[in-house]
Design a protein around this ligand. Structure first.
Ligand code: BG6
Length: 469
């Protein structure tokens, strides 16, 4: 077999998000976010986010371990409510310093910080005042963006705007972000939230270009290549509809600065066009991305749905079950499942890379990919996660094939660098190369242990992806 080749300077690394990893909810002057649930107001049997992996109190040890792993990059998110506790008021110096110290520590080990500005954790005070349905939240986001750009402009090269905007819009309930301000038209609300997020993103991009002269900025949606369930023409039409709402509308606006016409027509036909101001479209046109970051877990297989309900329904979780007015996501029997029932499709990653590359032609960065599973700490302090190694071997091979096809891929930051709390399935669904010694409700000693995949990934990075065995 041909040798796998990755470009020189490829950004091997890993990913986390503030609300799933930091904890320290009541420390350092942080305000509450919509995600700061505890076990009494969150799902039964699943831990809340008040402690997570206690990274807030272990950040130095954590960075040291990532450096030992050989990370060239590390993607983390800034908690908006740590920087501006009520989302829109005064800046909290302690919050600014926390991330400054983290970035400086990463740089000490030559790890490139890749910073997500917003990962599902809207300040609670803003949600109470209207959330993303309100344009005030757009203005507040721009203020927050300008604050962090001014503070970190000389330290950060890669900025990501909004994590998985498509999941926020389509499946807010399963990721703890349910919209609490319905106007009565669910479809319009959904796309109004989307428009406001796109506007917030464009304003942040414009501010970034003004303030951070040497930085690059891009969106970070969750993109799944889409297969029609059969060769029936209507299944293909359903695939196009799904693609539009699940993948492309976010990138068409974020990269090209324009809404796809078919999408706007559809909203008009449904009497659900979002409200916008005259200048909005100009802002969207101006605030476009330098590169595309995206998260990939699996592909989607789509079937035409006979009964038109004109309503988007959400089922189970981010990856399984999404039903639109003409389409339905169905199980692809060709693909195996993870322990948490997510389909595994490594070739789908190559297909997704090709699809995005052909559509937009910008450099690409994978900012999430990974497998959630049960891991056990043995008495010897080891964790045998061969299943994770197998998953990554297959996906990294497909990345190399996509690069060989001509795709410009600049980095890979799988989810997650270190164990953390899943969006809605607790800490038992583990993702990291590093095990955190805690259970769902027993916080134990929080000690970090290197999993088998840690040593394997260390060697992958050392050989720039040439040795995956
Ligand atoms: C992505 C999110 O949807 O998938 C992460 O950006 C999330 O925040 C990851 O943790 C895995 O999903 P889950 O539900 O297993 O935590």
């Amino acid at each position: 077999m041909k040798k796998l080749k990755f470009p020189k300077g490829f950004l091997w690394g890993g990913s986390t998000s503030a609300y799933q990893f930091e904890g320290g909810v009541n420390q350092g002057g942080k305000g509450l976010s919509v995600q700061d649930k505890n076990k009494d107001n969150w799902m039964p049997g699943v831990t809340g986010f008040e402690v997570c992996s206690d990274h807030y109190n272990n950040w130095k040890t954590d960075v040291k371990m990532l450096a030992e792993l050989g990370f060239k990059s590390y993607r983390f998110s800034i908690a908006w409510s740590r920087i501006i506790p009520d989302g829109d008021g005064n800046i909290n110096k302690e919050g600014i310093n926390f991330y400054k110290n983290l970035i400086l520590e990463l740089k000490k080990y030559n790890i490139e910080p890749v910073v997500t500005m917003y990962h599902f954790d809207l300040p609670l005070a803003l949600e109470k005042k209207g959330g993303w349905l309100s344009r005030n939240t757009v203005d507040a986001f721009e203020k927050f963006a300008r604050a962090i750009f001014n503070e970190y402009k000389d330290l950060v090269k890669y900025w990501l705007t909004i994590n998985e905007q498509n999941i926020v819009v389509l499946m807010s309930d399963v990721i703890g972000m349910a919209n609490t301000h319905s106007t009565g038209n669910k479809i319009k609300d959904k796309w109004q939230i989307n428009h406001n997020l796109l506007l917030a993103q464009a304003k942040a991009v414009i501010a970034c270009k003004e303030i951070c002269k040497n930085a690059l900025i891009g969106p970070a949606p969750n993109i799944s290549v889409t297969y029609p369930n059969s060769n029936k023409p209507l299944d293909f039409l359903a695939k196009l509809d799904f693609d539009m709402e699940r993948n492309w509308v976010y990138l068409d606006v974020g990269v090209k600065g324009v809404y796809p016409n078919v999408f706007l027509r559809k909203l008009e036909k449904l009497n659900s066009m979002f409200d916008y101001e005259k200048n909005d479209m100009k802002i969207l046109k101006k605030g476009t991305a330098d590169f595309i970051a995206f998260n990939y877990y699996n592909s989607a297989t789509i079937k035409y749905k006979q009964a038109h309900t004109n309503n988007l329904e959400i089922k189970k979780d981010q990856q399984s079950g999404l039903v639109g007015d003409t389409y339905e996501k169905v199980r692809n029997k060709n693909l195996p499942l993870t322990e948490f029932n997510w389909e595994i499709d490594p070739e789908g990653l190559r297909n997704t890379l090709r699809d995005i590359h052909e559509r937009y032609g910008l450099p690409l960065m994978i900012t999430e990919n990974g497998i959630g599973g049960y891991d056990t700490l043995t008495e010897q302090g080891t964790i045998n996660d061969d299943y994770r190694i197998k998953y990554y071997q297959a996906h990294i091979t497909q990345m190399a094939l996509a690069i060989d096809d001509g795709v410009e891929l600049i980095g890979y930051m799988p989810w997650s660098a270190i164990d953390l709390v899943s969006t809605h399935e607790g800490v038992k669904k583990r993702y990291g190369f590093i095990f955190v010694n805690r259970d769902e409700f027993d916080l134990k000693d929080m000690k970090r242990y290197k999993k088998k995949s840690f040593f394997w990934y260390q060697n992958v990075i050392k050989t720039n992806g040439e040795n995956l065995s």
